[in-house]
Design a protein around this ligand. Sequence first.
Ligand SMILES: [Zn+2]
Length: 232
Amino acid sequence: MNLQRSYLTDFVSLLFPELCVACRESLVVNEHLLCTGCRYNLPYTNFHLQADNIVARQFWGKINLEAAFALFYFTKGGKIQNMMHEFKYNGMQQIGNLLGSIAGDQIKKNEIFNSADYIIPVPLHKKRLRERGYNQSACFATGLAEKLNAIVEKDNLVRIKSTQTQTHKSRFARFENMQEVFLVSNPEKLINKHVLLVDDVITTGSTLEACGAELLKIDGLRLSIATIAYAE
Ligand SMILES: [Zn+2]
């Protein structure tokens, strides 16, 4: 029976081999989601080794951060884009957990990140959450939390109204558009805590800035940021 099952599994995987979510080559035994080549050679930023990295600099003069990190450089048409597409639009939540765990292994070596008490994912609007079925940033947060021994705080930061499409707006207009959109429902819990705010891809940083500004209204709260990818 087992033998038959294994033949059947082999046969199915011959017809439908599991593909690497980044390069789309067939995976071999013991590879899961990412092939070994991608696992080691994706465009890692190593921003955890560089305090004044480009993500950190994006927030200078705007919100006060302890540290900022992105796991990968995002390039259009590249492997990271393939992977993020599978993650966000093909229901592959496991990718978020895996990337959270890879990111966690890197940043836990940095004392600042390792001191995070809570990990807060940027919330999706309810309507978007219903459509997608999961918040991609929360999947990333879960993987990170295990490595950092921190707690994922999912429902404290809430998005209180939907934003209009932002594609044609200027950076300032985008920031304005994000204002008043996020609210902390239980601020007392976060007093004097170090919060790691996480999102999937950082582009203009306006969403993270709006969330961060809201969180920083809380007494003694220290804030850091981590994202899966940084897009120039
Ligand atoms: Zn690959």
